[in-house]
Design a protein around this ligand. Sequence first.
Ligand SMILES: C[S@@+](CC[C@H](N)C(=O)[O-])C[C@H]1O[C@@H](n2cnc3c(N)ncnc32)[C@H](O)[C@@H]1O
Length: 331
Amino acid sequence: MPPTTDTTGTVRVRVHLDPADWSRHLAEETRRGLTDDPPWTPPVWFYDEVGSHLFDRITRLDEYYPTEAERSILAARSDEIAHLTGARTLVELGSGTSDKTRLLLDALWAAGTLRTFSPVDVSEEVLRTAATAIAEGYPGIAVDAVVGDFGRHLDRIPTGGRTLLAFLGSTIGNLDPDQRRAFLASVTDALAPGDWFLLGTDLVKDEARLLAAYDDAAGVTAAFNRNALVVMNRELGADFDPDAYSHRSHWDPVAHRIEMHLVADRHQRVTVRGLDDLVVDLGAGEHLRTEISTKFTAEGVEHELLAAGLEPVSAWTDPAGDVRLTLARRP
Ligand SMILES: C[S@@+](CC[C@H](N)C(=O)[O-])C[C@H]1O[C@@H](n2cnc3c(N)ncnc32)[C@H](O)[C@@H]1O
């Protein structure tokens, strides 16, 4: 379907998510997950308005190092990134509040090359708020926001002149290896030769720190995790009892990933009306996997980029070596 577009001042918001098509896609994914063994749910259910605000709180928790670590790299390296890329268009996938992105915008703005900023997110409310705030802060920059799925709509993103496509926050870690392969291939296709890709990845580290980052003392991550059940109740007509599940973070040393689980405290029988009355039985102690968050090595990141046809050009870590930003180019 043609996108719906509205333009407010210098903000244009294009909606590429046809609500019916998007609902069908999410329903199919959720059915696939809930009927798998062990069952899982797609992470997109985290990010309604409440979930987006909870995620924002998570990023400010002491235990959750990735956001501040990535911010410190951007603070130190954005001028260099602006100089290397000379980008006219900055596209940000899974942009959320685009908070850290302001460091890149500042540098590209100061360098005088930036013309367009295009944040892309499935969460329309958060995207609209962020896009409006950025348009106010950067007069003269066209903000061309896209409500879309980075898994399916990369062919619709605006590229024009030199493009820098940013994917921050280690959101790539939420994809499994097959999904990452497909996603990175679509990034390469979306870029013109000479365009740039900036990828934020969390790195493998001490298990205790990883577990704490996904299970904070104040319980914000637990609330974020249970909110996915509230969203599925609302959007899919499910009858999860969010209070009947305990939050757990689990490290899988083979797949190099943290998994977030919701563990049933006692037997749960859940009916999902929107999935043709699908019934999910979870015995006491059985769990739903609600998120994977893969942790990478430097070699692993470079290998996956090269396999997708992207050439790593520069990379930086924060002083503690917790996260990595890799700047790659489509040759
Ligand atoms: C972990 S947050 C990261 C936000 C921000 N980039 C940062 O670094 O703090 C993931 C973001 O990706 C968005 N998102 C999740 N799945 C998406 C998809 N399939 N397509 C587009 N955006 C998606 C969420 O709405 C959320 O804003």
